[in-house]
Design a binder for this molecule. Structure first.
Ligand SMILES: Cc1cc2nc3c(=O)[nH]c(=O)nc-3n(C[C@H](O)[C@H](O)[C@H](O)COP(=O)(O)O)c2cc1C
Ligand SMILES: Nc1ncnc2c1ncn2[C@@H]1O[C@H](COP(=O)(O)OP(=O)(O)OP(=O)(O)O)[C@@H](O)[C@H]1O
Length: 302
């Protein structure tokens, strides 16, 4: 095992990387520092709940965003993304001995109070703790993390984001709800007719579309961060809208070509619903007001 790095690993799916997950990830960092091991997390490529129940579970974050959030907010060095199809039938004991120990050289594991794993979910926190003790591995089981008397969970935060309640979602996540994409080409009406050029993002397949409407956002690109005002929806005012959902941000006080660049949009507050305006001029007036509201919102945070 001398050739493999020692790893401390948090176990779970970690959709959204909320404050409950944060407790696990912080424990990983503490143990990793002490043991001089790499701080890591384990996740699956797709939602086990969705596969097991056969229901669509739109997620808070793409796998890329999940990895980025764990690194950015908790300093997790490596995220191991396993194939759920390949692992679904693995016995819980084999998961520990064959996979975590033999393949990944785990020295310490961290899981939540309700973590179930292995074939038929037969592995649980007590069994995990016992098995780790037998094998000489460290093990932290983190108690339930609550806020406002509510257990913090990805499921609850998904309903907040789907309803556009971004401020409350942010309080439970511990960071703003985030969406990342490369800028795609729009219909170019924004720049020419409206006077508000926008960067267009797509919501990745399987990721929640926030409630249609206009949001005060922060937009990150090329290492910069700017205030933005972002519309999520189908743009009913535009004649040839094709019914596809777009996320488009007007970046305040910025002029430049960002086609093809990676953009990260952070959602802070919903300003209004998406509407059909009688004319593009009326829409442009409203976007101007929304830009002013956004400036005022971020000023009030400082
Ligand atoms: C802040 C903001 C708010 C918007 N609100 C609406 C809206 O309420 N209704 C609508 O039909 N389109 C809305 N739009 C979308 C505009 O119709 C869109 O920016 C314009 O059609 C430019 O499209 P393009 O990116 O394809 O050039 C909004 C856009 C922005 C940036
Ligand atoms: N509020 C919480 N307090 C403590 N541990 C938590 C909390 N939420 C999740 N965990 C733990 O974090 C790990 C990842 O959990 P998981 O991805 O299933 O999150 P979840 O928020 O409970 O998701 P869902 O709402 O989909 O059940 C698991 O080990 C789980 O037990």
């Amino acid at each position: 095992m001398a050739d493999k790095p020692k790893r401390v690993i948090a176990l779970g799916f970690f959709d959204g990387v909320h404050l409950g997950h944060g407790e696990l990830l912080r424990a990983v960092r503490t143990a990793a520092d002490k043991l001089e091991a790499a701080p890591c997390a384990f996740t699956f490529d797709r939602s086990p709940t969705a596969v097991i129940t056969g229901q669509m579970v739109p997620l808070l974050s793409s796998v890329e965003d999940r990895i980025w959030l764990m690194r950015r907010y908790y300093g997790i060095q490596e995220v191991i993304v396993a194939s759920f199809d390949a692992m679904q039938r693995m016995d819980w004991q084999d998961f520990i001995t064959d996979y975590l120990v033999r393949e990944l050289n785990v020295v310490h594991v961290v899981a939540g109070h309700d973590f179930h794993f292995g074939y038929m979910g037969k592995g649980n926190p007590q069994r995990l703790r016992e098995k780790c003790a037998q094998l000489g591995l460290g093990c932290d089981i983190i108690g339930r993390v609550e806020q406002d008397g509510i257990t913090i969970s990805s499921t609850y935060i998904r309903t907040l984001v789907a309803q556009g309640e971004m401020e409350r979602a942010g309080e439970f996540l511990g960071h703003p709800h985030t969406l990342t994409d490369r800028v795609a080409h729009g219909k170019k009406i924004g720049g020419s007719a409206l006077g508000f050029p926008t960067v267009n993002l797509r919501v990745p397949a399987g990721v929640i579309v926030p409630a249609f409407g206009v949001y005060a956002t922060r937009v990150w690109f090329d290492g910069q961060c700017r205030n933005g005002v972002t519309n999520v929806g189908v743009r009913p005012t535009v004649e040839d809208n094709d019914g596809r959902v777009t996320v488009e941000s007007y970046i305040l006080d910025f002029d430049g070509d960002l086609y093809g660049h990676e953009i990260r949009v952070e959602f802070f507050k919903r300003l209004r619903g998406e509407r059909r305006f009688p004319s593009l001029e009326a829409l442009a007036d409203e976007i101007g007001r929304n830009a002013d509201q956004t400036r005022a919102y971020f000023r009030s945070l400082n």
